[in-house]
Structures are given as structure tokens and as C-alpha cells.
Write a protein that binds this ligand. Structure first.
Ligand code: FPP
Length: 249
């Protein structure tokens, strides 16, 4: 619980300027499918294929951590057909990709509340995390039944329990405390958050963690998001001056 998150490269004055941690809100699958006269799930399947390419592109771009928003706490409001189709897609993705992810040095983690997910899927998620736990080339975090407000509520509950049990002194709670209770506790904060499909919203994604992130909202729909676009966004981040509230000379 108390393991410290690594510092972000961008906050390290001696570090390279590229984003070490990129987070992506993969939006636009439904519209992509509709434009082709196909059901929404067709778009989600096309979106899943993009995930593989983007993960593979990370090492060459210097992106060590990639966090992707696959299913939000609000997505349960979609039709039963779409929710069931997405859950089945996640199971299929794990079955199909597990070996390649392991062999390519990808460490996979899941964030979000697992309680509402079906037992079979949770068992598969646990297994994938276990079989890639020794990897360190790329850290892929998949947000599944994730919402920042839910995450902060769950974290606060555990923090309050630690206070009640005498393990934590309320007078010592500061900005470093809550992150140790978040699902993302072993990850550095995102440096760059990308949202596809032209919507300029955060939609309850990594709200605490992205306090100093740069944002890129681009019109491309997720199934059309290529490695070239990803590389361009990563490189243009390098040209920015992040001051974290300070003034540079
Ligand atoms: C938002 O597009 C996308 C989602 C809610 C699902 C994201 C899931 C994937 C990309 C599938 C694969 C992921 C993994 C990890 C296998 P939308 O449906 O809201 O699109 P719209 O705004 O055009 O309707």
C-alpha cells in the first residue's frame, strides 16, 4: 500500500523531454461503425486492433507507461447487447493477446472496480497480470469499470479505515497520502492525455493523476488512430514547456 510511485520523467530536470506516461481515452468506435453502416460492436472490434499497434509503438517512442480507458463506470448505461459484447471482447482480447504481450515484455495491469465484473473475466485479468508481472519493457494499464470518482471514493474508504484502526494519523494526511490508496499507486502520473473523436472532455478519467498532464484532443476516431498520429502527438509533447506551476528563467 505504501509503495512509492516513480517520479515522472517530465518532472526530472535532467530527464529526456518525451512523455513517459501516455493515457488515452479511446473514443469514436460507435461513430466509426455507424459511418460504415455497421453495428457499434464492429467499431469496438476495430478499436481493439488499434490497441495492439499502439502498445507495440511505445518502446521506440520512449513511452514506458500506457494507460487506456476501455470501460468506464458509466458505460453500464449502454444497451445490454453492447455491454455484453464489450465484456466478451475483453475476454477475447485477453485470450488472443496474452502470450504476445508476455513475450513482447509488456506488463499488464488493470485498474477499476472488479466487483461488478464477472468472475471469469476477473480470473482472466488476474492471470494476465500474473503472467506478465516480471515484464518491464512497456507497462500497459487497462482501465476497466474505471471512474476517477469511484476510485477516489474507494481509496478514501480505505484511508478512513486506516485512520479508524489507528494506522494513519489524520494530521499526517497530505498530497502524498491519497495517491498511495489509488488504483494507480505504483504508476507515475500521466504526462500526456489523448482523447480521440473530437470530444474535449475528461469523462472521469485519472482526474487526480492528471493534474499537471498535457491534453491533446484530436478529431480522429479511435479505429483510425494510427502509429503515425501517435508518434506525432508524442513528439509534439517534447516541444512543450511544462513548468508545474513554477516560472522558468
Ligand atoms: C468509446 O467509443 C469506446 C469505448 C467505450 C470502448 C473502448 C474499447 C475499445 C477500444 C475496445 C478494446 C479495448 C481493449 C482493451 C481490448 P464510443 O463507443 O463511445 O464511440 P462513440 O462516441 O462514437 O459512440
Amino acid at each position: 500500500m505504501t509503495q512509492a510511485a516513480p517520479k515522472t520523467q517530465a518532472s526530472d530536470p535532467g530527464g529526456a523531454p518525451g512523455p513517459r506516461h501516455v493515457a488515452i481515452i479511446m473514443d469514436g468506435n460507435g461513430r466509426w461503425a455507424r459511418a460504415r453502416g455497421r453495428p457499434r460492436l464492429f467499431g469496438h472490434h476495430a478499436g481493439a486492433k488499434r490497441v495492439r499497434e499502439i502498445v507495440e509503438a511505445c518502446p521506440d517512442l520512449g513511452v514506458k507507461y500506457l494507460t487506456i480507458f476501455a470501460f468506464s463506470t458509466e458505460n453500464w448505461k449502454r444497451t445490454q447487447t453492447e455491454v455484453a459484447g464489450l465484456m466478451s471482447l475483453f475476454r477475447r482480447y485477453i485470450t488472443k493477446e496474452a502470450r504476445a504481450l508476455r513475450d513482447e515484455g509488456v506488463r499488464v495491469r488493470f485498474i477499476g472496480d472488479r466487483v461488478k465484473l464477472d468472475d471469469k473475466l476477473v480470473a482472466m485479468m488476474d492471470e494476465l497480470e500474473g503472467m506478465t508481472a516480471h515484464n518491464d519493457r512497456v507497462h500497459l494499464t487497462i482501465a476497466l469499470n474505471y471512474g476517477s470518482r469511484d476510485e477516489v471514493s474507494r481509496a478514501t474508504q480505505r484511508l478512513a479505515q486506516d485512520v479508524a484502526d489507528g494506522r494513519l494519523d489524520p494530521a499526517e494526511v497530505d498530497e502524498e497520502t491519497l495517491p498511495r490508496y489509488l488504483d494507480t499507486r505504483v504508476l507515475p502520473d500521466p504526462d500526456l492525455v489523448i482523447r480521440t473523436s473530437g470530444e474535449a472532455r475528461i469523462s472521469n478519467f485519472l482526474l487526480w493523476q492528471s493534474a499537471y498532464a498535457e491534453y491533446e484532443f484530436i478529431d480522429t476516431l479511435w479505429p483510425d488512430f494510427t502509429c503515425d498520429i501517435f508518434a506525432r502527438l508524442v513528439r509534439s509533447y517534447g516541444a512543450r514547456d511544462r513548468r508545474f506551476g513554477a516560472v522558468t528563467a
